[in-house]
Design a protein around this ligand. Structure first.
Ligand code: HEM
Length: 131
């Protein structure tokens, strides 16, 4: 029951983060909105990964039955790659704020890839939870 509860809470947070990130992309030309929205989404998402990680290790210890399916591995790899890309977005975003507009196309391209990775993480999450 506790397991189900936390999975649901994680999925709700994940949905809100994807929606927030979509809003941030819609507002990509408005710095005053884009920057705080993306910062919130990134920080929240990293906190979500940590919440899941700590709960999972607790569950693994309690049940001793650690499942290791291909889709779970794919999902975890996507989630970790997404977090790595967040740091690239923070770096290129900060440069843009400092006035280095040569990095704009890189920020835009890596931004699209990061968003696709986050969507793939979201989609695969539905295949690894609650069973
Ligand atoms: C996953 C996170 C992010 C994504 C997907 C993303 C995506 C984008 C995209 C697609 C653009 C439009 C680029 C263009 O002109 O074609 C943009 C612009 C911009 N982004 Fe991000 N971004 C992210 C995070 C950040 C962060 C964390 C910062 C700041 C620290 C930032 C700062 C900016 C700035 C300053 C612009 C230029 C806005 C303007 O036109 O004045 N972004 N971003």
């Amino acid at each position: 029951m506790m397991f189900f509860m936390s999975q649901t809470v994680f999925q709700i947070q994940s949905t809100l983060i994807v929606l927030l990130m979509s809003l941030g992309i819609i507002k990509r030309k408005n710095r005053k909105l884009h920057v705080p929205i993306m910062l919130t989404a990134i920080v929240w998402d990293i906190i979500l990964v940590l919440q899941i990680e700590f709960t999972r290790s607790a569950i693994a210890k309690a049940s001793k039955a650690v499942e290791n399916s291909t889709i779970l591995n794919v999902h975890v790899a996507l989630a970790l790659t997404t977090v790595l890309f967040y740091f690239v977005m923070l770096h290129t975003g900060r440069k843009l704020l400092k006035g280095d507009s040569r990095i704009r196309s890189k920020h835009a391209l890596i931004g699209k890839i990061t968003y696709l990775l986050r969507l793939a993480t979201y989609i695969t999450s539905f295949f690894v939870v609650t069973r």
